[in-house]
Design a binder for this molecule. Structure first.
Ligand SMILES: Nc1nc2c(c(=O)[nH]1)N[C@@H](CN(C=O)c1ccc(C(=O)N[C@@H](CCC(=O)O)C(=O)O)cc1)CN2
Length: 281
């Protein structure tokens, strides 16, 4: 079974559009991009298009490549204090001279619709999440949409980043999976991967997940954003070989990526609802 993230995200965006209309709210998202990385520019454009589609106002702030940490912190502070802005998104990665941790920690937790602030990551780990990082949260949504059982299953997450691997493991744990996080120092990695009922790869290497590393019938989630030797977008998984063995699999493109953006829209609306005190959690 192909887990079609494009289709699920379209459905979620349509539902969200109706919910926003009915609410009478006008949520607003501010994006900040530093420099001219074409990938980041594309993702930010996609976010603005999604905002327009569902009825979220968006403002885009573009800063030059040589922006300092202090200058970026000033911009974040201004948006934190702007009562018309519900969500703030700083597109990652940031140029090398910028202290990414300081910037993430400067975003007000109530406006942290990306879910990267330690307060929100802490809540996620405590099992009381408000905003969770959009890629792993989007993965949980796609699993739910396709009725993939998580409770009691063995989940293996390959990759321990703050934006994907760690929050993915927390979300799966909160859904009662037995979770293992693997990384570059893990011993017998292929054995660990073969033990998974749900295998999430967030490694960033094309062809990293081969068919012999996947248990028959497993659910395989591909978070990789890579380009093959022909310059074509691909994930971490050898898709054609692994799909024969997996019970369910996300493609790249059309899998996890669109779910990231749909989740960002949902969390921006949630921020507006919370500000208006419509919903409590
Ligand atoms: N502040 C953030 N920065 C980054 C995040 C994030 O969640 N917050 N995630 C990634 C990039 N990303 C969103 O920013 C993202 C990546 C890919 C897609 C997507 O829909 N991809 C399409 C293919 C698009 C193409 O290249 O043609 C797909 O997979 O089908 C959406 C969002 C890093 N930075």
């Amino acid at each position: 079974m192909i887990l079609d993230g494009k289709k699920v995200s379209e459905k979620r965006l349509e539902i969200l559009k109706e919910r926003i209309e009915e609410s009478g709210l006008y949520p607003r998202l501010a994006t900040i991009i530093v420099g001219e990385d074409p990938g980041s520019q594309l993702y930010v454009r996609m976010k603005h298009r999604a905002c327009e589609r569902v009825g979220i106002g968006s403002i885009g702030i573009e800063l030059p490549e040589d922006t300092t940490t202090e200058r970026l912190l000033e911009t974040v502070a201004r948006l934190n204090n702007d009562p018309d802005i519900n969500g703030i998104l700083v597109q990652l990665p940031l140029p090398k001279q910028i202290d990414t941790t300081r910037v993430i920690e400067a975003v007000s937790p109530e406006k942290d619709v990306d879910g990267f602030h330690p307060y929100n990551l802490g809540r996620l780990l405590a099992g009381t999440p408000v905003y969770a990082p959009c890629t792993p949260k989007g993965i949980m949504t796609i699993l739910a949409e396709y009725g993939i059982e998580i409770a009691g299953k063995r989940a293996v997450v390959v990759g321990r980043s703050i934006d994907v691997g760690r929050p993915m493991a927390a979300l799966l744990l909160n859904a009662d999976a037995t979770v293992t996080i693997c990384h570059s120092k893990t011993q017998n990695l292929a054995d660990e991967m073969r033990s998974a009922d749900i295998l999430v790869s967030a490694v960033g290497k094309a062809g990293f997940v081969r068919a012999d590393m996947v248990k028959e019938g497993a659910t395989v989630i591909d978070v990789g954003i890579n380009y093959n030797e022909n310059g074509k977008l691909c994930g971490d998984v050898d898709f054609e070989a692994v799909r024969e063995r997996a019970g369910a699999i996300t493609p790249v493109p059309g899998g996890v990526g669109p779910m990231t953006i749909a989740t960002l829209m949902e969390q921006t609306f949630k921020a507006a609802e919370r500000k208006a005190c419509i919903s409590v959690l």
